[in-house]
Write a new protein. Structure first.
Length: 223
């Protein structure tokens, strides 16, 4: 079960919408102020599209997104709100906590330009890891790169902080810290398919976490 957020453009006031979710319950209508804008592009991802005609409307879901939505909300927006929303989808800013030079926790904003992984670096990581997922050992499937220290926590986009991961393992880890991920039932269940060498490599990463923390992204703008 997952949460879903539908968005719609409204130029009418008041804006009314009559629909039901998959359990026959009325869909909750919210405003842009009801959500954390920085969750768009991180917590909330595009899962499909809405198509409409004069007398019909249907939703298409991307492959692998055919979940049963536990809670669906509708977000109607005017043109000004759409500009704000689309700016976030373009920049993919996210709010994180970092420690400043005095040791104090401060809020900061990271942008997707600080997260982008160029193709050369991505393929270098894939090659280093033998083109297999470091978490479940599968190969011959679509691969991604996973930040050991989460990008949302300022983890740098450098080879030392990246591991090859299949999409499922990457999604299941989510925003879990690396140590918590290694101890989780999700990883433990999949790790039985890994060679002892890869298991040790994953465990050895823990020793390098302090050094990676020192390389956290600091070229940010403050909150």
């Amino acid at each position: 079960m997952v949460n879903a957020l539908f968005i719609a453009l409204s130029t009418c006031t008041p804006w009314t919408f009559h629909t039901q979710n998959q359990r026959g319950e009325a869909v909750e209508i919210i405003t842009l102020e009801d959500i954390n804008l920085y969750d768009i592009g991180s917590t909330y991802q595009i899962a499909g599209t809405i198509w409409s005609s004069v007398d019909d409307c249907f939703i298409t879901l991307f492959p692998g997104k055919e979940e049963i939505f536990e809670h669906t909300r509708l977000l109607p927006m005017d043109l000004s709100e759409w500009e704000t929303f689309l700016r976030q989808t373009d920049l993919l800013e996210t709010e994180i906590l970092l420690t400043d030079s005095s040791g104090k926790l401060v809020k900061a904003i990271l942008r997707k330009t600080q997260r982008n992984i160029d193709a050369f670096m991505q393929w270098a990581v894939f090659k280093r890891d033998g083109y297999t997922c470091r978490y479940c050992g599968r190969d011959g499937i679509p691969l991604t790169v996973d930040h050991i220290i989460l990008w949302e926590r300022g983890g740098p986009t450098i080879p030392d902080n990246l591991l090859t991961s299949c999409k499922k393992c990457n999604k299941d880890r989510g925003n879990m810290e690396y140590l918590d991920w290694l101890a989780s039932p999700h990883y433990q269940k999949r790790a039985i398919h890994l060679t002892e060498k890869v298991k040790r490599q994953n465990e050895d990463v823990v020793r390098h976490l302090p050094a990676l923390w020192e390389k956290r992204v600091m070229n940010i703008r403050s909150r």
